[in-house]
Design a protein around this ligand. Structure first.
Ligand code: ZN
Length: 285
């Protein structure tokens, strides 16, 4: 299928009470693993690229690869920019055919975040592309901050209402206790806050740092309006662990396919497991 706008996938997920997994890619093997899993699970899927991935692989390469991959599966696929913080990169993505953009102005004061996000929304909506905004800071687990300090960065429900109304974003990333990277302890999501945000914004909510969040918390979050869940770390782990094992088994290996191939297979299993947990399996139409 041709790529579809992100909101098409998320609106259905939001209305029907499941979440679409949005998985980061940097190369062909990761993309193929995600698309194979989506096809086997009959699940809609989002492929996302960070600005770092675009710098590494190039926007033209990534877009061509994702379009080629999407055409070979029967499930709907959206191509999303993860954590864009530069409208020029957003514009570049529009030119190359991304169908969903995140503008992350969460480091900016509210007024400025609204202004910059709205600029990207106007640009993207003009060509039928949907936009994710972020309000509240989602930390990296490597940043050692006390819980009380961490909560200072949580999304304020009242500000979220203003932000969504003023920017026109299609979906909203919130900070409610998840983090990027590997969790040291068990994450503890702030569900009353999520509930209050949802009551006020009434649009699909995006959960970043989905890797390692316990299943019961994922399900609860979906029941409260989370319709997009980002997964990166668990794919990296499966990919690299398998490749490392293959290289250790045969340090003189001269065929990269004998290392990359098993790494790709390991990622398929991880993605399928997430799709079942998120409830998106069997939802492709
Ligand atoms: Zn993120």
């Amino acid at each position: 299928m041709a790529l579809v706008p992100g909101i098409e996938l998320l609106r259905r997920a939001y209305e029907e009470g499941y979440a679409v997994g949005s998985f980061n890619i940097n190369n062909m093997e990761i993309l193929q693993a995600i698309l194979q899993a989506a096809e086997e699970e009959k699940s809609p899927v989002m492929i996302q690229t960070s600005q770092g991935a675009i710098k590494y692989a190039g926007a033209a390469y990534l877009a061509a690869m994702v379009k080629a991959g999407a055409e070979q599966v029967s499930v709907p696929v959206a191509l999303h920019l993860d954590h864009g913080d530069d409208w020029k990169v957003a514009l570049q993505c529009l030119r190359y055919g991304w169908t969903s953009l995140m503008y992350d102005g969460s480091h900016l004061p509210l007024e400025e975040n609204i202004r910059e996000t709205r600029r990207v929304v106007e640009m993207a909506h003009a060509v039928g592309v949907s936009v994710e905004g972020e309000l509240g800071r989602i930390s990296g687990v490597e940043e050692q901050v006390a819980v009380s300090e961490r909560e200072a960065f949580f999304t304020d429900p009242e500000e979220a209402e203003i932000f969504v109304r003023e920017t026109g974003v299609d979906y909203l990333a919130v900070s409610i206790g998840t983090a990027h990277g590997l969790y040291k302890g068990k994450p503890d999501l702030d569900f009353p806050r999520l509930e209050e945000i949802q009551r006020r914004v009434k649009i699909p909510i995006v959960l970043h740092g989905g890797s390692g969040v316990p299943e019961d918390q994922i399900k609860k979050a979906i029941s409260l309006g989370v319709a997009k869940i980002n997964i990166d770390t668990e794919l990296r782990q499966a990919f690299l662990k398998t490749m490392r094992e293959k290289l250790e088994e045969n340090p003189n290996q001269l065929d990269p396919r004998k290392v990359l191939g098993p790494g790709r297979d390991a990622m398929v299993a991880v993605v399928k497991e997430k799709m079942r947990l998120f409830g998106s399996s069997g939802k492709a139409r």
